[in-house]
Design a protein around this ligand. Structure first.
Ligand SMILES: [Zn+2]
Ligand SMILES: [Zn+2]
Length: 137
């Protein structure tokens, strides 16, 4: 299965060859600051399956609670956050699901896990059936 995605302006596109992926919400304060939203929704895919097909993102490195670097890739033109690469997950690319095309932002209607639920806004409920991790796990 090929998944495709793009930023808001279309300057950057990507493709992923993956039959399945882990779906994860992250409520950490870095995700909140980076997106301006309450949390990020993510499709975690093998890093080798992820290919940029147009454009070159800018990157911004943040040191996470792990002490390791979390690299954030975003469109230099429109600012869309596209994906992150975490030193603690060297074999994965963490796609920001809102950039997926064709309705895949819905993540097939299923969330596997929620991270940093300690920082989840109190107006949001836990997703039923999703593993709840206070921090990264
Ligand atoms: Zn863009
Ligand atoms: Zn996060």
């Amino acid at each position: 299965m090929t998944l495709t995605g793009s930023c808001m302006c279309g300057g950057i596109t990507y493709a992923v060859e993956a039959d399945t992926y882990l779906s994860a919400l992250c409520h950490c304060t870095d995700c909140q600051k980076w997106t301006g939203g309450a949390f990020t929704s993510n499709a975690v895919v093998p890093r080798t399956s992820f290919k940029l097909t147009k454009g070159t993102p800018n990157t911004y490195d943040v040191v996470g609670n792990s002490g390791k670097v979390n690299k954030h890739s975003f469109c230099p033109t429109c600012g869309s956050g596209l994906y992150t690469e975490l030193e603690v997950m060297p074999d994965n690319t963490v796609i920001k699901a809102g950039t997926l095309d064709g309705g895949e932002a819905n993540l097939k209607g299923k969330i596997d896990i929620e991270f940093y639920v300690k920082d989840r806004p109190t107006y949001l409920a836990a997703v039923e059936g999703a593993k709840q991790e206070p921090m990264f796990g």
